[in-house]
Design a protein around this ligand. Structure first.
Ligand code: MN
Length: 205
């Protein structure tokens, strides 16, 4: 990814995650919301040539380096552009099931059981107040943690490496589930792309 940023294609068709995540939501979410973040990120970076050649994540991890008059625009829209691409990739029409290998072992060590992990993750995603994201991250000591961030803030800005994320902004589920966020989360487990999450984990440790 580099400036000018473009909207990446979904790694599957818009209806591929049915019936768990509906086609209409995927169209609005990708074609309108993520496209809007990409456009506004480019608009902001047009006013900051130095930022155009820098790595987006490293910019977002060093907000003080962003000129003040575009700082909020770069953080909000750059984060939105980046996180949504990760979100598409942690889902798959062949998703669900459970992780295996080193990641499975680490989940058992950190959370006791896979079921306990999914309960704790769903509880945090379900209770997060306002617009944000719930993540499974690897901390500086290599341990797994569940965290949430507001807006479009990245865990990397706190020194944490993300391997799994769910969008809990209302636009991610309102068309199909309205206010029933817990139901959205329960459906989402059916499309989690564990092989992709395992690949990210194995690259980090
Ligand atoms: Mn979203």
């Amino acid at each position: 990814m580099s400036y000018p940023y473009t909207l990446p294609n979904l790694p599957y068709s818009f209806d591929a995650l049915e019936p768990y995540i509906d086609e209409r939501t995927m169209h609005f979410h990708h074609d309108k919301h993520q496209q809007g973040y990409v456009n506004k990120l480019n608009d902001a970076l047009a006013k900051w040539p130095e930022g155009q050649s820098r790595d987006l994540v490293s910019i977002l991890c060093d907000p003080d380096s962003i000129p003040e008059h575009i700082r909020a625009a770069v953080i909000n829209n750059g984060g939105g552009a980046w996180i949504h691409t990760m979100f598409w990739n942690v889902m798959s029409p062949n998703g669900g099931q459970k992780p295996a290998g080193k990641l499975f072992d680490a989940i058992i060590k950190s959370f006791g059981s896979f079921e306990s992990f999914t309960e704790q993750f769903a509880a945090q995603a379900g209770s997060f107040f306002g617009s944000g994201w719930t993540w499974l991250v690897v901390d500086q000591e290599g341990k797994l943690k569940i965290i949430s961030t507001s807006g479009h803030n990245l865990p990397q800005a706190k020194g944490l490496q993300p391997i799994l994320v769910i969008d809990v902004w209302e636009h991610a589920y309102y068309l199909k589930f309205q206010n029933r966020r817990a139901e959205y989360i329960q459906n989402w487990w059916h499309v989690v792309n564990w092989p992709f999450v395992m690949k990210l984990y194995n690259q980090i440790i």
